[in-house]
Structures are given as C-alpha cells and as structure tokens.
Design a protein around this ligand. Structure first.
Ligand code: FAD
Length: 297
C-alpha cells in the first residue's frame, strides 16, 4: 500500500510516519520546515507558493494523488487538515473518516478506530474510505537512521481565498501537549480569581495550567489554547491534576493519555474519581493551600 501523508504541521506528519513505518510505503507533503527527512518516507515534498490555503492545496494534492496513483491519504488532524480532508473527499469522490486513532488493512477495506458518543466509547469501523485524518499526539515521532529525499514542489494552482482583514489572536506561550505536569481548573473554582491558587500549584510543580471547557470557552477565564478535552487539546503529561473538574467524557477524552491522574473534588461521586489514580475529596480552597504548603517544605 502506497500512502500520501499531508500535514502543514511537521510534527504531526512525523507522528503519522512513525505509525506507518514498516506497514506502508509513503511520501510526506508539508509546508512545514520541520526536519522530516528521517522518518522513513521515500520522499518528502516541501510545498511552496505565495499563498497556500486549503482550497488550492487540496486541488494540488488531488492532482498528485491521481498522477502518482497513491492508494490512500493520511492527514494530520488540524484546522487546515480537516478542511483539506473534506475538500479532497469531494474532489476525488473518496470517502473520508476523520479524527481516527488507528488504521489497519483488512483485504480491500480499512479498519479504523475513533472516539464515538462524545468520547464515551471507541467505534471500530470497516470501510472503503481512502482519506483519513489522524488525531495529534497518538505516538511520539521516532526518527530512523536512513534519510529521505527532500524536494520542493511549487503549488501552481492559485487560491480563491482573499484576505480582507487580519485579527491578531491573543498570543499564548503554552504548549500543553508537551507539558509534563498539568494542573487543570474546572468550573468548581467558582470564580476567575480561583485561578490564582491553581497557578501557584502549577508554578511549584513547574507545570502548566489547563482548564475544562467552561473555564476556557464559556467564561474565558483561561485562553482557549488551554482547554483540555474532545474539542480542546489532547494531553499526555506525566502528572495531570484535575481541580474542581467533574470528569465528563468530553474532558476525559483529552487527558486519557496522562500517566498519573490526581483529582480534587468536593463531590465524592464525581465521575473524575473513576478516572484518577489518586483522589482527594474536599473543597479545593481547603485542600490546595495545604498541598502547596507541604510542597513548599
Ligand atoms: C461536543 C462537546 C465537546 C466538548 N468538549 C469539551 C472539552 O474539550 N473539554 C471539556 O472540559 N469539556 C468539554 N465539553 C463539556 C463537557 O461536557 C462538560 O460540560 C465539562 O467538561 C464540564 O466542565 P467542569 O468539569 O469544569 O464543570 P462541571 O461539570 O460543572 O464540574 C464542576 C465540578 O467541580 C466540583 N466543585 C465545585 N466546587 C468545588 C470546590 N469548591 N472544591 C472542589 N470541587 C468543587 C463539583 O463537584 C463538580 O464536580 C464538551 C461538550 C460537548 C457537547
């Protein structure tokens, strides 16, 4: 089987390549400068051009897909990747399955696994789909000793996208996916000021602060880039401390890969206690100061 991997995020392409190595032959297409030549691809194509957007890159990749007779397309699941997958599906008249975690071949079918019912369960499907987007962070990219050929490819199809205005996103400095320790705040903190004590704990542990959807998206107490969960970041720190988080499936979907989970919640029946290694039942405003005091010692 001969695969085309596309991601504008080099690390995501390297993750897919790491999963594919030894199973499929593949070429990587990317706009990223990430050094992708040591992940087992036959060829790495660096896409260049004055304006590359989902529309022209999809037309371009579709043309190459046909010319080179690839069997399927694997795309990193990002905002651009998801858009490209749906456009490619339309252009090539091929079925797409998005946000998958696993891909296996069974005869002429592909067997895929992805979260279902909002992350409550995993669905295993057999289909004729030929386009797949892969969730980020499924594996750590593992380089190999051999080197792939790298060449530049000019995207020679113009984009229809016209930029009418640019609005700067508030700059963040956080990379939650890489954090080794995360202290996450839930609605249970009750007020924005509650983040102070969460930050204190994170600082003492040299960790990052994350949050549940209400804290990030609904109340904007934290920036969206700190949201952990199904519609936020998928994290896999060594230690994940969930403070005032009930543990709904959509949140769990984002932190399931954590090595050790510690939960602090005043409700002993909160579902988070089914997901944690250590649980503290209590008011966070009583528990955290004592925890911080002890950690300082
Ligand atoms: C399509 C979809 C996508 C979603 N994506 C996400 C996502 O990416 N991430 C996400 O987090 N959610 C997501 N959600 C929302 C999710 O369903 C939950 O609503 C959300 O996770 C709940 O957040 P929470 O645990 O902070 O709040 P709550 O469920 O309100 O829980 C608050 C918890 O705090 C405890 N508490 C209250 N006061 C204290 C105190 N003083 N001390 C200690 N504990 C206290 C309570 O006992 C309670 O358990 C999504 C929902 C949908 C439908």
């Amino acid at each position: 089987m001969n695969a085309m991997i596309f991601s504008e995020k080099g690390e995501l392409a390297a993750q897919i390549a790491t999963m594919f190595r030894g199973k499929y032959d593949f070429d990587i297409y990317t706009t990223s400068d990430f050094p992708l030549d040591s992940y087992g691809a036959r060829n790495v194509f660096k896409l260049t051009g004055p304006s590359i957007y989902a529309d022209n890159i999809s037309e371009f990749l579709a043309r190459i897909f046909r010319e080179k007779n690839y069997d399927f397309i694997a795309i990193g699941s990002s905002v651009m990747g998801r858009e490209v997958s749906s456009l490619l599906s339309e252009i090539l008249h091929l079925e797409a399955i998005t946000e998958i975690m696993k891909l296996e071949l069974n005869g002429e079918y592909f067997v895929t696994e992805r979260f279902f019912y909002g992350g409550k369960t995993v669905i295993r499907e057999e289909s004729r789909a030929r386009i797949f987007t892969f969730l980020p962070g499924l594996v750590d990219p593992m380089p190999v000793d051999t080197k792939s050929t790298i060449s530049q490819l000019e995207v020679d199809i113009p984009s229809n996208v016209k930029i009418v205005n640019r609005i700067e996103k508030p700059k963040g400095s956080v990379n939650l996916e890489k954090a080794e320790i995360i202290v996450s705040a839930g609605r249970g903190i009750g007020k924005k000021e509650g983040l102070g004590i969460i930050q204190q704990l994170a600082d003492i542990l040299h960790g990052e602060v994350g949050g549940s959807r209400p804290v990030c998206l609904d109340y904007h107490w934290l920036s969206e880039e700190r949201q952990v969960g199904l519609s936020g970041k998928r994290v896999k720190p060594k230690i994940y401390i969930a403070v005032g988080i009930s543990g709904q499936v959509q949140h769990i979907a984002g932190m399931r890969g954590s090595k050790t989970v510690i939960a602090i919640n005043k409700d002993k029946n909160a579902p988070i206690f089914n997901e944690c290694d250590y649980g503290i039942v209590g008011d966070l405003y009583t528990v955290l100061p004592r925890l911080i005091e002890n950690l300082k010692k």
